[in-house]
Design a protein around this ligand. Structure first.
Ligand code: ZN
Ligand code: ZN
Length: 437
């Protein structure tokens, strides 16, 4: 059995992992865009961009964040894509709003197979069990993969300080000991290592109840956060989503959306109403649509840079207002390639004098969660992906995993044999030298 990290050993996002059995069955775990430049990684024998015969037997997608699913539409039709059904719907709808129509997964162009959490499925002789895991994305999966007598845990993105965090220990106990652990290490290189619990953010939201107008910037797919905001303000402020957020939340059961919640409204700015037909069609199928923000009332509204013109035109009506920035602050840092978000925030805070509150907690595993994972699944070999691999991060990885850490680079292959096949040694792992392809 061989594991090749095609991408992800030294960057956050855009992770691609290949697993090959002794018989030659080849699967891929995740196939995402780079987070910052959205560059698509073309893999020979996997994508429609070449005429080569298919080299892969299946691709499994852990969740619908673009850095995990973003390139999936490039996969050849004969290669099945295994994923969560709601995750696919969320991905497709987001692509619709970002006008990345070429990234939409369609049954006519792709072979889509929906997995169920906790239910084992097979790609040839490779057994895969997806487990639901806490992350800032709906229905994210951790994958337990059994091949040639070797048990691998690929965590996808995860944490244990969110609403589904209570499942973490129980799930790991069900998975039990593994041979190889492939874990995300997003936060290991960052300075903040203590994360607030998702549920505790409501205390911070409550500090802002005195503001009449609350504007919030939050990812349309961070469902836990949307529910938290709704619950924190529902008694005092009118809850207003935007068209994209509402489309996503209305796909899911019992999540605040203006189609089924009488106290939720969807604001569609004149800009959006002017744009082409698909938006208008979604708007016409949306209940409780408002075409103006109710400046005379107390409200909390999801806003985006695309509403900038509307905000400018109505700036005299903005009073006793606060902006909640409730997403990763990397998007508003100076070094982020797209300056739009940063400039929009600057305008609201500096020119319109809105109060400003950054209220967010990471969607990724803390050092403590990674240590707990290690303790519960007790792996022989560990690969850390979805990490910037700074000196600090590597130091912490070594401190946690010691000699079990396989500090590899993109393109390197780890060969791992089942302990059952060896006479004296418990396990044997051979790392082939750093060949990049
Ligand atoms: Zn990710
Ligand atoms: Zn993610």
């Amino acid at each position: 059995m061989k594991i090749k990290i095609i991408k992800g050993t030294n960057q956050i996002g855009g992770c691609i992992t290949e697993i090959t059995s002794e018989k030659g069955t080849k699967i891929m775990i995740d196939y995402g865009d780079n987070l910052d430049d959205k560059k698509q990684w073309i893999i020979p024998g996997l994508t429609i961009k070449d005429d080569l015969e298919s080299k892969y037997d299946g691709v499994v997608i852990t969740h619908s964040h673009k850095d995990h699913i973003g390139c999936a539409a490039l996969i050849k039709k004969e290669i099945p894509i295994y994923l969560d059904r709601d995750g696919k719907e969320i991905h497709n709808n987001l692509c619709y709003f970002t006008k990345e129509y070429e990234k939409i997964l369609r049954a006519k162009d792709h072979t889509l197979r929906y997995f169920e959490f906790g239910k084992k499925f097979f790609i040839q002789e490779i057994a895969i069990t997806p487990w639901i895991v806490d992350h800032s994305n709906y229905n994210s999966a951790m994958l337990c993969i059994e091949v040639d007598g070797v048990k691998i845990l690929h965590t996808g993105d995860y944490r244990n300080h969110g609403k589904k965090g209570y499942l973490f220990t129980k799930t790991l106990e069900q998975i039990g000991k593994v041979d190889v652990l492939i874990t995300e290490g997003t936060t290991l290189g960052s300075k903040d290592r203590i994360f607030k619990n998702e549920m505790d953010l409501s205390k911070d939201f409550h500090q802002l109840l005195n503001y009449d107008q609350i504007y919030v910037m939050c990812s349309s797919t961070n469902i836990d956060r949307i529910v938290n905001l709704y619950n924190s303000f529902k008694k005092t402020h009118m809850f207003i989503t935007d068209l994209c957020m509402n489309k996503i939340t209305s796909l899911l059961k019992n999540i605040p959306n203006s189609n089924t919640f009488p106290d939720v409204f969807t604001f569609v700015s004149p800009n959006q109403r002017k744009i082409e037909e698909p938006y208008v069609r979604i708007m016409n199928h949306t209940k409780n649509v408002i075409k103006e923000l109710p400046f005379e009332r107390r409200f909390i509204a999801s806003i985006k840079p695309s509403m900038w013109d509307y905000i400018k035109e109505n700036k005299d009506k903005i009073k006793n207002a606060c902006l909640i920035y409730s997403m990763w602050d990397g998007y508003i840092r100076k070094d982020w390639k797209d300056p739009k978000q940063r400039e929009f925030v600057k305008y609201l805070v500096d020119e319109l004098h809105m109060g400003f509150a950054k209220i967010h907690t990471s969607g990724h595993a803390s050092k403590k969660a990674i240590q707990l994972l290690d303790e519960k699944v007790n792996p022989e070999k560990v690969i850390v992906i979805h990490s910037e691999k700074t000196e600090d991060a590597l130091k912490i990885e070594k401190e946690i995993f010691k000699e079990r850490l396989w500090d590899c680079q993109d393109g390197e292959t780890l060969e791992f044999e089942s302990s059952k096949k060896q006479s004296h040694r418990k396990t044997q792992s051979v790392c082939t030298s750093g060949k990049k392809e």
